[in-house]
Design a protein around this ligand. Structure first.
Ligand code: AMP
Ligand code: GLY
Length: 427
């Protein structure tokens, strides 16, 4: 099978490495890829947003399966563009990708399908939004308001605010000043959910959902969940008290009813679903859907796959997932993100990375590259904020954590930093 994988982060390095195990794989191209993906296939200099160039390449190269990593090409309609020329794509159509691309759409699906989620309202004009919060009970630090840009905003679209005054200025910034562009011209205002946040993953096609697993992301920059939000400083799998039986039960509550509703609407979802959940006292509540693997969650989850990933992705692209065996090891996994100096504000590029091979040769350790590049001398250097995802498996979280940090300590570059407490909430 000839495969085109789209993306350039740690998630795509993990996908490339796991796909490369498949005896069915004959050629792997990655657009645009990174030095890590280049170890498993051929990097192609086409941007992940450039749908027409990606599809033209896939046609020229007789690609059997296109696998999009990030959401951008999906929301831009790459699955539809592939279908139009007879190519298979392991990702949802543009209509189904709205589950991630529009918060109000996802809210509406939850409402119709009876999926527990924070109660909220959708606003398309600033006066109604302001009127709503002025007549709603005032928020407090314990019961803040959650304001969400309707569209994709690269992780900047959600503001949690404890005061009415701040809520009003956030609404004006997004809706009137347009600080988030088109994404924030309409928004959802919802109640705050309290609990433990987890990420749940499944392969989906039509009404079938096959559990992949669950992980917990660590979004804040510093230990103890402090400091600014980032793209994710690490992940642990499984989250505490959320075993596979609980994950299956959560799929029944938060994912399978959504799949049935999408089929009923004539826009079935075929792809990887990433349900962001809040485990509350009243059970799992949906925070948001993403229509792809998470990053860094994929790096923590994929090394545990003991069956072949390629036929599973091929089957979901054909809406035939129910015949595919999917098996995972019962190991725990911890993934520590090593970041560049200055991340997240202004990551320093070009620092020489040392010790990666030594660290990667440790047992049960997987190192996935994200923000890396080769300099003119061919040496590996930093090229982005999140540089490496250093992952390890173990019989339990304590063992996986120990292995991951042993590996981290063997890697060096100027200004490298990481959290020292990844996985602590799962212990
Ligand atoms: P997003 O940028 O869409 O990934 O959302 C950012 C984060 O905001 C989520 O990961 C949650 O931690 C938080 N969040 C979003 N909605 C709620 C909510 N209703 N209650 C509590 N936290 C929320
Ligand atoms: N880890 C969060 C995301 O991939 O969106």
């Amino acid at each position: 099978m000839r495969v085109l994988l789209i993306g350039s982060g740690g998630r795509e390095h993990a996908l490339a490495q796991i796909l490369a195990r498949s005896p069915l794989l004959s050629a792997l191209f990655i657009a645009p890829g990174n030095p890590g993906t280049a170890l498993f296939g051929t990097n192609i200099a086409i941007d992940a947003h450039n749908v027409s160039a990606l599809v033209a390449f896939a046609q020229r190269q007789h690609i059997d399966l296109v696998i999009p990593g990030p959401e951008a090409p999906l929301v831009a309609g790459i699955a539809d563009a592939c279908a139009a020329v007879g190519l298979l794509c392991a990702g949802p159509t543009q209509a189904a990708a709205r589950l991630e691309g529009s918060k109000s759409f996802a809210k509406d699906i939850c409402k119709t399908a009876g999926i527990p989620t924070a109660s909220g309202q959708h606003f398309t004009d600033v006066d109604s939004a302001l009127h709503f919060i002025r007549h709603k009970e005032a928020p407090t630090p314990q019961t803040p308001l959650v304001i969400k840009a309707d569209g994709l905003a690269a992780g900047k679209g959600v503001v949690i605010t404890p005061t009415r005054t701040e809520a009003e200025s956030v609404i004006r910034d997004m809706m009137t000043a347009g600080t988030l562009g088109q994404a924030g011209r309409s928004l959802v205002i919802e109640d705050y959910l309290e609990g433990e946040e987890v990420s749940l993953f499944a392969f989906c096609a039509g009404e079938t959902a096959l559990l992949i697993g669950a992980a917990q992301d660590h979004k804040r920059l510093n230990d103890g969940d402090t400091g600014p939000n980032t793209g994710g400083m690490g992940a642990v799998s499984p989250p505490k008290g959320f075993d596979r039986a609980a994950q299956e039960a959560a799929l029944d509550i938060t994912v399978r009813p959504m799949l049935r509703e999408m089929v009923r609407r004539g826009t079935p979802f075929c792809g990887v679903i990433f349900a962001g959940l809040m485990l509350t006292q009243n059970g799992p509540f949906l925070i948001e859907y993403n229509v792809r693997f998470g990053d860094p969650e994929a790096e923590a989850l994929l090394p545990r796959l003991t069956s072949d990933l390629l036929p599973a992705l091929y089957a979901l692209a054909q809406n035939k997932l129910d015949t595919i065996p999917l098996t995972f090891s019962h190991q725990a996994s911890v993934c520590v993100v090593m970041a560049a100096q200055g991340y997240p504000a202004s990551p320093q590029k070009g620092s020489l990375i040392h010790g990666l091979e030594t660290a990667a040769s440790l047992p049960d350790v997987y190192i996935f590259q994200a923000g890396t590049a080769r300099n003119t001398a061919g040496e590996l250097v930093t090229a982005g904020g999140r540089v490496l995802a250093v992952c390890a498996l173990g019989d339990n979280v304590t063992e996986a954590q120990k292995r991951a940090y042993t590996a981290v300590k063997k890697i060096h570059w100027h200004g490298a930093h990481w959290r020292t407490d990844i996985g602590i909430r799962a212990l």
